[in-house]
Design a protein around this ligand. Structure first.
Ligand SMILES: *Cc1c(COP(=O)(O)O)cnc(C)c1O
Length: 472
């Protein structure tokens, strides 16, 4: 399997190099050169497999010869061994032909674990095979940092540095990062905002000498391997409600478009999906795009579903590439416009094609809270604010009630206890992984909002680690 860039002007790579490089050199995102195809008979044959066996069957079609079968089986088994339920992603009936797919049973209680837990052992394997090491540097406003740390902890060939804005992440989110007791994990509380952290990470990637010296790498949501791992649960859920004989629909609470794009990929592989519904909070750039055909940036508004508080949806570029018949030059022009003017529009044919498969719906905080209460009253299921937007979107924009609607639950309610208890009057029970956080000691360095200080800290940490021994 070969991978090409959405901007059509970067080297064609195999899976292992796509994994390590993240962004393509022309600024585009990597996608498979063609979508692997599964016939209805092949999909039927996947029925009844365990989550890990299914993951192996799907993922092997994308990694080609770069990872051997035995290694891939081990990596997949390792990835999903730390989930707190046997079937990894349980599906529950919550209404008439309406299902909730729970993606929050991993170590950090949010759906990012579904891909990150796979990325950790996969990175480790590819780095060992190539005899390389990397330094992962990232900025977080909450969930991504802890998911990345859990995925990379204790891995021999990876050091990870996560920058977060001091005092601006929740106590739970901070402790999920700072209480991880692993020598290769380094949390940096920056005296600044999330944007300051993000800008410094970008600056470190643009500092070629620093980047090359420390082999910087990223595990952000544009990494193809994260999308790939997420395709699995679309097949998983569809098989549970009757695929391939039965068409299905999905409703997905959306920010960067990574989750729903994985569903789109499953449909391109042969899974019969009649409809995808994007749920947005008041940061509704995607919903507005579906309405108008115009992608237009606006400021970020803080909401009770913070993991969807985004200004642009970076993974949308992958869909755009397909909408334009895989014309990289066209995508490149549109994205240049977007960077310069904060806006671009697609043609009539392209927006019609998108609307054929995708609907969008927006919910503000008040509406989100109302849905949490309604669903709790109806069926006793407590939803976190992100998942509530998924359910609300599924109910609002469903085209055909005879098609099973699968709504994606992306975070455990105990991760957002304030909003959930305000909406429902119920304080969600914290799973034991969360309860233990309060008693563990924290490890974090508080640093000034200054690039040279942060780079100096990373440089010094890596130099002294490496003197202690090769595995530090
Ligand atoms: C990241 C995240 C989302 C948004 O997913 P995208 O792939 O960015 O669209 C939704 N809910 C939760 C809880 C998340 O952490």
């Amino acid at each position: 399997m070969k991978y090409i860039s959405t901007r059509g002007n970067a080297p064609v790579l195999e899976f292992d190099d796509v994994l390590l490089s993240g962004l393509a050199r022309d600024g585009g995102l990597y996608v498979p050169e063609s979508w692997p195809q599964l016939s209805p008979e092949e999909i039927r044959a996947l029925k009844g497999l365990s989550y890990t066996d299914l993951a192996y069957q799907i993922i092997k079609r994308f990694v080609g010869d770069t990872v051997g079968d035995t290694d891939l089986k081990r990596i997949v088994a390792n990835a999903y061994s730390n989930f707190d339920v046997e079937d990894v992603a349980p599906i529950k009936k919550i209404g008439d032909n309406e299902y909730l797919l729970e993606l929050f049973h991993g170590p950090t209680l949010a759906f990012k674990d579904m891909a990150m837990q796979f990325l950790g052992p996969m990175f480790d394997h590819v780095l060992k095979t190539k005899d390389q090491r990397v330094t992962i540097v990232g900025a977080t406003s909450g969930d991504t940092g802890s998911a990345a740390i859990e995925a990379c902890r204790d891995r021999d060939n990876i050091d990870i540095f996560i920058l977060y804005p001091d005092g601006r992440v929740s106590d739970v989110q901070r402790r999920q990062m700072t209480t991880v007791d692993a020598p290769n994990v380094h949390c940096i509380a920056v005296d600044g905002t999330f944007d300051d952290c993000q800008d410094m990470v970008k600056a470190m990637f643009n500092d070629q000498a620093f980047r090359n010296h420390h082999h910087l790498s990223a595990v952000n949501s544009i990494n193809w391997a994260r999308i790939m791992a997420q395709i699995v649960y679309y097949f998983w859920a569809a098989l549970k409600v009757g695929a391939p004989e039965q068409k299905v629909a999905f409703a997905v609470p959306t920010g960067n478009f990574g989750n729903v794009f994985a569903g789109y990929a499953a449909s391109r592989m042969g899974l019969a999906v009649s409809q995808f519904i994007i749920g947005s909070n008041s940061n509704d750039i995607l919903t507005r795009f579906i309405d108008t055909g115009e992608m237009k940036m606006s400021g970020v508004h803080p909401t009770i579903s913070p993991s969807m508080d985004i200004q642009i949806s970076s993974n949308f570029e992958r869909l755009l590439f397909d909408l334009y018949g895989r014309d990289g030059a066209k995508v490149s022009t549109l994205l240049d416009d977007f960077r310069k003017n904060g806006v671009f529009s697609v043609g009539d044919a392209e927006i019609q094609r998108a609307r054929g498969l995708i609907d969008g719906a927006r919910f503000d905080d008040t509406q989100t809270m109302a849905v949490i209460k309604t669903v709790y009253d109806q069926c006793g299921e407590l939803l976190d604010p992100h998942s509530a937007i998924g359910v609300a979107a599924g109910r609002a924009k469903r085209r055909d009630p005879s098609v099973p609607m699968i709504e994606l639950a992306t975070a455990h309610p105990a991760k957002f206890p304030d909003a959930v208890s305000k909406a429902s009057g119920i304080t969600p029970n914290a799973p034991s992984r969360l309860a233990n956080l309060l008693s563990k000691p924290e490890r974090v360095d508080h640093l000034a909002n200054d690039l040279a200080t942060i780079q100096g800290f990373i440089h010094k940490t890596l130099s002294s680690d490496n003197q202690d021994g090769p595995s530090a």
